[in-house]
Ligand binder design. Structure first.
Ligand code: GCV
Length: 721
C-alpha cells in the first residue's frame, strides 16, 4: 500500500511536471478575449445550472506520463476550470472520489479488469464510458494509444462546452482513415502561398522562427479535431529544407507538435540530390540517388524520430520531376518511399501533374484529363507506403467541379483526397464560403466502380480495395494573424475538414452546429443565424462567381480572386470555359468533346455524357451549349446566368441583415469585425455580378429579359459617350 506521504509526493511531482510541461510545450491559455485566437477551444464559462451537471467529478486520474497524456491532462484541467470555475484534483493512482479517468486500455485494465469496449478500438479511436470503479462513479476516457486518449479528452470537453448530457455516456469513436493531415504552403522566407492569415507560424527570413509558440498552439487546435499530421512547407518546395542544418531547425517544430500527437512532415523537391546533394543527377533510378535519399531520410529520423514522411509535387507548374529522365511518378515516389519504409514513413505523391502549356486551339486538349492520364497507367507500380494525393476535382479547387475520376481509377494504389481549406478560388477568406457542403458532395459521390456503391470517401479510406493506408489531406495555410485564417468565420472550414476527415458521414448541419456553439456560444438565435448563413454561403458565392459549373470565372493569371473571365482563355493553363458568341462550356463528352467523361466508370459516364441527365450545376463543365439552351428550370442558360448573378448579389447583401440579428448576442469585437466583412462582400458581389453579366451580354448579344443587364450596359456606354 502507498503511504499518504508517498501519494502526496507523486501528486506534487505531477503538478510540477505539468507546470514544466506547460512552459516546454508552449501551451498557453486562450489569448485576449474574442479575437478568434481560441477558435473552437474557447471553453467559455457555463451558466451555474449547466456547470453543476459536470461538477460531480472533483478528481482526474491520469494513468501514464507520456507527453501526449500530459497534454490530455492539462487540457482537461484547463477546460474544466474555464467552463465550471472548478479546478480538478489530479492524481495517478486509484480514484478516491468520483473521477474522470484517463489512460490507455492496458493501463486502465489494471484498475478495472472487467472493462471491455463494445468493439475493438482502432489506432487513434477512443471510448468514453461512465462506469463504476472501486465504488466511485468514473467517466473513463480510454484508447489503445495515448493520442486516442487525447482525442477523447477533446471530445469530452466539446460535449461539456455544448452542454451535452454525459450522465450515462458510452460512446466509442473510430477514425475513418489513418491519414488525416494538413499541408501548409509556407515558404521559408515567411510568406505563405495562397495564405490569407498572415505570415508563417514556422518560418521567417529563411529560418525556423525562434518563437514557435503559435506552432504549438496550432498543433493543439489540430489535435482537437483529430488531425495527426502536418506538412510544414510549401509543396513548391525549396530544396534547402533538406540541408542537414535546416533539418536540425525543423526538429524544433516537431518538438512542439509531439505533445499533441501531430507528426511533422515536409514537402521535398525531387531535384534535391542534385541541387543540394552535389550529385550530377536526380534520376530516381540511379543507385547514387537512392543512396542519397536513404542517408538523408536516416538523418531526418535521427533528429525527428516520429517524422511522418514527405509530400512531393513534381512535373507540375514548372517543378522538376522524373520526366526529366524519362522516369515515372512511381519511380520517383518509390525511391523515397524505400528510404522511409524502415522508419514507418510515407510518401504523399501529388497527382496534380499537368502540362500548363496546352494548346488552347486544339479542342481535344483538356487539363482535366491530366491526373488520370498520368497516374492510371501506373496503378500497382507504387510501393505500399506511397499514397497518391488527389485534388477533389480534376482542375484546381474551383467553386464547383465533379469528383476526380482518378479516385475510381486506382485499385492497387493508396489514395488520399486533397481538399483546400484556404479559400484560394472561393473568396480568400474575405468572403464567406463554408466548404463542408461542397466537400460532402465529393466525398459522397458514388463512382459506381464495378457497378457497386463506391463513394469517394470509401475509396480514399481503403474500404473498397483494402489498400494499406489512405485518407484526407487539407491545405490549411493558417498564419500568424490572431484568428489563424484571417477571418473568424473561415475557421469553420478548418474545423469542418478535421471533423470530416475523422468521420465523413457527419452531416454538414451537425458540423456547423457544433462549430458555432463552440465558437460563439449556445444562444439559439446565434446558433441558428450563423449556421444558416454558413450553410448557404457556398451556393451564394457560386451563384455570382461561377454558376452552372462554368468554373470560377476569376482572374486566373493574377490573384485568383477578382472577376476576370477573359484571362482563362487563349492560354496554356487549361482553365478554359470556351465562351464565344454562340455558347459557353467545355465539351468534355466522349462523343464530340475532349473525352474526359470516358475516364469515369461506365454508369457515371452515361450520366454525364447525356445533356439531359447531366446536372445543371455541372452543365458547363461537361458540355458546350448555346446560350439559348433551356435548362430543367425552363430558363435559358443566359437568363440563368443573369438571374444567378443578381440573386447571388442580393443574397450577399442579405448576409448583412442576417448578421445584424446577432448584435448584442455575441461579443462586440467579433460582431463588428464580421459585419464589416459582410459589407465588403456585398460590394464585391456587385462587382462580380456586373462584370460577368456585362461580359456575357457583350459576347452573346442576348439581353436580360428582366431588363437589368442590357439596361445597365447601355447606361455605362451612355456615360462614356
Ligand atoms: C502551391 C494552384 C495554386 C498554386 C498551388 C498549386 C498546387 O495552382 O494556385 O499556388 O501551388 O495549385 O496545388 O500545387
Amino acid at each position: 500500500m502507498m503511504t499518504t506521504h508517498c501519494v502526496r509526493t507523486i501528486f506534487r511531482c505531477l503538478l510540477l511536471g505539468a507546470a514544466v510541461f506547460l512552459c516546454a510545450t508552449s501551451f498557453t491559455p486562450p489569448l485576449s478575449a474574442e479575437t478568434g485566437a481560441e477558435a473552437w477551444l474557447r471553453y467559455s464559462r457555463l451558466d451555474r445550472q449547466t456547470a453543476a451537471a459536470y461538477e460531480q467529478f472533483p478528481e482526474a486520474v491520469v494513468l501514464g506520463d507520456s507527453s501526449v497524456l500530459k497534454s490530455a491532462q492539462l487540457e482537461l484541467v484547463h477546460g474544466v476550470a474555464q467552463m465550471t470555475g472548478k479546478t480538478l484534483r489530479v492524481s495517478n493512482i486509484l480514484p478516491d472520489a468520483n473521477a474522470l479517468v484517463l489512460g490507455t486500455l492496458t493501463e486502465l485494465r489494471v484498475l478495472a479488469p472487467e472493462l471491455r469496449p463494445p468493439e475493438k478500438i482502432k489506432n487513434d479511436g477512443y471510448w468514453l464510458k461512465m462506469t463504476n470503479i472501486h465504488n466511485h462513479q468514473c467517466l473513463i476516457v480510454t484508447a489503445v494509444t495515448d493520442r486516442g486518449v487525447l482525442y477523447g479528452v477533446f471530445e469530452l470537453l466539446s460535449k461539456i462546452a455544448r452542454g451535452e448530457n454525459i450522465t450515462s455516456i458510452d460512446e466509442l469513436q473510430q477514425p475513418f482513415a489513418p491519414i488525416r493531415w494538413v499541408n501548409q504552403w509556407d515558404n521559408l522566407d515567411g510568406r505563405i502561398e495562397r495564405g490569407y492569415g498572415g505570415r508563417s507560424i514556422f518560418f521567417a527570413d529563411g529560418k525556423v522562427r525562434s518563437d514557435l509558440s503559435r506552432a504549438g498552439q496550432y498543433a493543439r487546435l489540430l489535435a482537437s479535431i483529430g488531425i495527426n499530421g502536418c506538412t510544414i512547407n510549401n509543396v513548391n518546395a525549396a530544396p534547402g529544407v533538406l540541408e542537414d542544418s535546416f533539418i536540425a531547425q525543423v526538429s524544433r517544430i516537431a518538438d512542439v507538435f509531439r505533445p499533441w500527437g501531430v507528426r511533422l512532415s515536409i514537402s521535398v523537391d525531387l531535384s534535391s540530390p542534385k541541387v543540394i546533394g552535389g550529385l550530377d543527377t536526380f534520376d530516381p533510378l540511379d543507385p547514387r540517388v537512392a543512396e542519397w535519399w536513404r542517408k538523408k531520410v536516416d538523418e531526418i529520423y535521427r533528429k525527428i524520430p516520429d517524422f511522418g514522411g514527405v509530400v512531393v509535387k513534381a512535373d507540375s507548374e514548372g517543378r522538376l520531376g522524373p520526366s526529366t529522365y524519362g522516369r515515372t511518378p512511381a519511380d520517383a515516389a518509390n525511391v523515397i518511399a524505400r528510404a522511409l519504409k524502415p522508419h514507418g514513413g510515407v510518401v504523399l505523391y501529388r497527382a496534380f501533374v499537368y502540362n500548363h502549356h496546352l494548346d488552347w486551339h486544339n479542342l481535344k486538349n483538356d487539363r482535366a484529363k491530366a491526373a488520370y492520364d498520368n497516374f492510371r497507367p501506373l496503378d500497382g507500380d507504387f510501393d505500399d507506403n506511397v499514397i497518391v494525393q488527389i485534388k477533389n476535382g480534376p482542375i484546381d479547387f474551383q467553386v464547383r467541379e465533379p469528383a476526380s475520376p482518378l479516385f475510381a481509377g486506382l485499385r492497387r494504389t493508396n489514395e488520399a483526397i486533397e481538399l483546400q481549406i484556404t479559400q484560394e478560388y472561393t473568396g480568400q477568406q474575405r468572403q464567406l464560403c463554408f466548404l463542408v457542403p461542397m466537400w460532402k458532395e465529393v466525398l459522397d459521390f458514388d463512382m459506381r466502380v464495378d457497378g457497386n456503391a463506391t463513394p469517394v470517401k470509401d475509396l480514399v479510406a481503403r474500404r473498397v480495395f483494402h489498400r494499406p493506408v489512405g485518407g484526407f489531406v487539407g491545405v490549411a495555410n493558417v498564419g500568424l494573424d490572431a484568428n489563424w485564417l484571417g477571418s473568424p468565420l473561415a475557421m469553420a472550414n478548418l474545423f469542418g475538414f478535421g471533423r470530416l476527415a475523422w468521420n465523413p458521414n457527419l452531416k454538414a448541419e451537425n458540423i456547423i452546429d457544433e462549430w458555432t456553439r463552440l465558437t460563439f456560444g449556445t444562444d439559439p438565435l446565434v446558433v441558428k443565424t450563423i449556421s444558416e448563413m454558413q450553410l448557404s454561403s457556398w451556393h451564394v458565392y457560386e451563384s455570382y462567381t461561377g454558376p452552372l459549373g462554368a468554373g470560377t470565372l476569376t482572374n486566373i493569371l493574377g490573384n485568383h480572386y477578382d472577376p476576370g473571365p477573359e484571362s482563362s482563355e487563349d492560354n496554356g493553363w487549361g482553365q478554359w470555359h470556351r465562351a464565344d458568341h454562340q455558347g459557353i462550356g467545355m465539351d468534355r463528352t466522349v462523343a464530340t468533346g475532349t473525352g474526359f467523361i470516358g475516364q469515369y466508370p461506365p454508369e457515371v459516364q452515361v450520366f454525364y455524357e447525356s445533356l439531359t441527365r447531366c446536372p445543371d450545376n455541372l452543365l458547363l463543365f461537361f458540355h458546350h451549349v448555346p446560350y439559348t439552351y433551356v435548362l430543367r428550370s425552363g430558363k435559358t442558360v443566359i437568363q440563368h446566368i443573369y438571374d444567378s448573378h443578381y440573386d447571388g448579389a442580393e443574397a450577399a447583401r442579405d448576409f448583412i441583415t442576417q448578421w445584424k440579428a446577432v448584435e448584442g448576442h455575441i461579443d462586440d469585437e467579433r460582431y463588428r469585425d464580421i459585419l464589416s466583412r459582410f459589407q465588403y462582400q456585398a460590394g464585391e458581389a456587385v462587382v462580380w455580378r456586373d462584370t460577368i453579366c456585362n461580359w456575357i451580354y457583350h459576347l452573346s448579344g442576348i439581353p436580360d429579359n428582366k431588363g437589368r443587364v442590357a439596361f445597365q450596359a447601355q447606361a455605362v456606354s451612355d456615360q462614356h459617350n
